[in-house]
Write a protein that binds this ligand. Structure first.
Ligand SMILES: [Zn+2]
Length: 316
């Protein structure tokens, strides 16, 4: 898959009630029980890679945020099929840990219990499974949203993965670190800027900027899939069938596949996100590429199949 999936040449960030407004008020309650971590890590081999899927827990978000303006009956049907506690959805937080040779690569770091009370389980998940965070050699950050980035430091401001190098899209870094990012965001997103900038600043002396086509390690390449955020990317891993770690180019195992045109309220540049979602789905369905989705039901592995005018996700 050689071509960049899409480009961002503008940041027409639509003003809409979302992100902070949708998530900041969510607290743990008896009505919103933590679904708990999957016990034991899902593990599989792909080409030269050994992959373990860790969990950071799950998010609790209003389902309507994942499908702004969607027909109410269709969204209700999706929630029934995914056993979601309507009107909320519980997107998972699947974090791949990938071993190849002497490299141990973590893809995103979860929210570090700094964003939602049902997340922030990654470090416990690693420790329970005998994985020392200090043994991780590379951390890849697909984008800088709280659920992917804010677990980078402990409460003392020290890096949770002290021996890693950090790999971030330069477009993503430049967007979030710009001095006027807050004013370029809708009002209800602005609250995440200070912590996001602190998290990125913490890795400033260890960061490697990457762009489409760059190799993180041999056989693992950056696939640019912007739209969810301006510099978001996915990862392509070489192997028999191909594997794409989608990050948030695809965010839901039903909605993203069956209704790719629905507006996701977390997509900062929605028209580009939708266009890239369609391009990615067409490519992976044609090539029957294996997918690993951050927010799909754990462990988030499967493939896309053409279904009518859209697609469906077939879990492995
Ligand atoms: Zn996410």
């Amino acid at each position: 898959m050689g071509a960049t999936i899409g480009y961002v040449d503008k940041c027409n960030l639509m003003s809409r009630r979302r992100f902070m407004a949708a998530t900041a008020g969510v607290v743990a309650s008896p009505l919103l029980p933590n679904r708990g971590l999957a016990t034991g890590l899902h593990t599989f081999g792909h080409g030269a890679f050994d992959i373990r899927v860790c969990s950071d827990g799950h998010m609790v978000v209003p389902a309507s945020m994942l499908a702004i303006g969607a027909p109410v009956d269709k969204l209700a049907e999706v929630l029934r099929r995914t056993n979601a506690p309507a009107p909320m959805a519980w997107p998972a937080a699947n974090i791949p840990l990938i071993q190849i040779g002497r490299e141990l690569v973590l893809v995103d770091v979860g929210d570090g219990k700094n964003f939602q009370p049902t997340e922030g389980e990654l470090l416990s998940c690693l420790r329970v499974n005998g994985i020392d965070p200090a043994s991780i050699t590379k951390v890849v950050l697909t984008h800088a949203h709280p659920d992917h980035l804010w677990g980078i430091c402990n409460s003392a401001g020290e890096l949770n993965y002290p021996n890693a190098t950090y790999h971030v899209g330069s477009a993503e870094w430049n967007f979030w670190m710009s001095s006027d990012v807050a004013t370029s965001l809708p009002a209800d997103f602005r609250g995440i800027v200070p912590r996001t900038q602190r998290a990125l600043a913490a890795i400033a002396d260890r960061v490697t900027f990457v762009k489409h086509g760059d190799e993180i390690v041999s056989g693992m390449r950056v696939l640019s899939t912007p739209g969810h955020t301006p510099g978001q990317f996915s990862l392509e891993l070489e192997g028999d069938t191909g594997l794409i770690i989608t990050a948030d180019a695809l965010t839901h195992e039903v909605i993203s596949f069956e209704y790719p045109e629905w507006v996701n309220g977390f997509d900062l540049v929605s028209d580009i996100a939708i266009a890239n979602r369609r391009k990615l789905l067409a490519l992976v369905a044609a090539e029957r590429t294996k997918l690993l989705g951050f927010h799909f039901k754990y462990p988030g592995i499967g493939h896309a199949e053409k279904s009518g005018s859209a697609y469906r996700f077939v879990a492995a």
